[in-house]
Design a protein around this ligand. Structure first.
Ligand SMILES: [Zn+2]
Length: 334
């Protein structure tokens, strides 16, 4: 881009700065409804990031060895206080490895729940249940992939554990990376929502859903909602840089200027109770690099929504669905 073009864009941006895409920032309570700490980051490092960043509450799950998961959470919790709440991990002990017997991996979830109770951890829910996951081939994870559906034994049994506890069910399905099964999964989601009308289902990473499919879910059901993780420009840039190595199916709610695309913005404003903010830090890099910038990007995008919508998406919905004892403030500076 030459200098003249840059100048014109800057001038245009100045002229447009009175519109909805102004430099306003959502300064209300901000909950990250799903993130994870794994073996690549220490308790001290992750706690420091949680304490020093502008997220008020992180619902945190643990990766790695299941026998030490609750100890790890306890240690992080002691360093972060009211800034974290525990999501019992659902995918440890080989849950996402096809060959690992169902009995065994379901047993691990029950063990983790037992540990949490034994150690008086006031858990507020369970982490994402991996239904489908594309194969991975990057330095931190080599993985052959898994493609279950919502009626497969391992998934139904995991769902039952969460239902029994009356917590929201977080499902990780990949409608893009497993495009050929997307119709089946969408139909099964609707069936699930009808079968359990009093429970909330949260679709991790926006389920990699297409816009029209999202409208379909919103119009057809009342209790299936979207977690916004991995649906931003940072993820898209990563995908572009890692073609062939990273998953390609993540959708993007943003335009190139880090604002919500108009159609998604309108859908959120019309159905604010159907979206729940989540950043889902997984790797050490998510926590240590670009975290502050990503939070800022989301705070800026949220400011373009109606006030009520931004408050619900950033705080109010998580508060209701996870029954959190947190106050959602419209502006923390006041
Ligand atoms: Zn996930």
């Amino acid at each position: 881009m030459n200098n003249n073009k840059i100048l014109i864009i800057l001038l245009l941006e100045l002229m447009l700065s009175g519109n909805v895409y102004s430099n306003k920032i959502y300064n209300g309570t901000f909950i990250d409804a799903h993130s994870q700490a794994g073996p690549l980051i220490t308790d001290e490092q992750v706690s420091k990031q949680i304490n020093n960043n502008d997220v008020d509450l992180t619902l945190l799950s643990i990766r790695g060895k299941y026998l030490t998961a609750n100890q790890r959470y306890k240690s992080i919790q002691s360093l972060t206080g009211i800034k974290t709440q525990y999501l019992i991990p659902t995918k440890l002990g080989g849950f996402t490895r096809e060959k690992r017997p169902v009995e065994q991996v379901i047993g691990v979830i029950n063990i983790l729940k037992g540990q949490a109770i034994k150690h008086n951890i006031d858990y507020i829910g369970f982490g994402e249940i991996i239904v489908q996951h594309a194969p991975h081939n990057h330095s931190k994870l080599k993985y052959e992939g898994i493609n279950n559906d919502l009626n497969s034994e391992r998934i139904s049994r995991a769902i039952q554990i969460v239902l029994k506890d009356n917590k929201p069910i977080i499902l990780h399905v990949e409608l893009n990376d497993y495009e050929k099964d997307s119709k089946k999964i969408l139909n099964q989601l609707v069936e699930l929502s009808e079968k359990y009308p009093n429970n909330n289902f949260l679709l991790m990473h926006m389920a990699q859903i297409e816009f029209t499919e999202a409208e379909f879910i919103i119009n057809t059901t009342n209790n299936i909602h979207f977690l916004t993780s991995h649906a931003d420009n940072e993820r898209q840039n990563y995908i572009k840089k890692n073609k062939g190595k990273s998953q390609q199916g993540w959708i993007n709610l943003f335009d190139k200027n880090d604002n919500f695309q108009k159609r998604w913005l309108d859908l959120m404003n019309k159905n604010p109770e159907r979206f729940v903010l989540a950043l889902d830090n997984v790797w050490d890099g998510h926590w240590l690099k670009g975290y502050t910038t990503r939070i800022y990007m989301w705070r800026k995008a949220l400011a373009a929504l109606d006030k009520n919508s931004s408050m619900l998406i950033a705080c109010g919905n998580a508060k209701v669905y996870f029954k959190l004892g947190i106050q959602c403030l419209e502006d923390r500076a006041k």
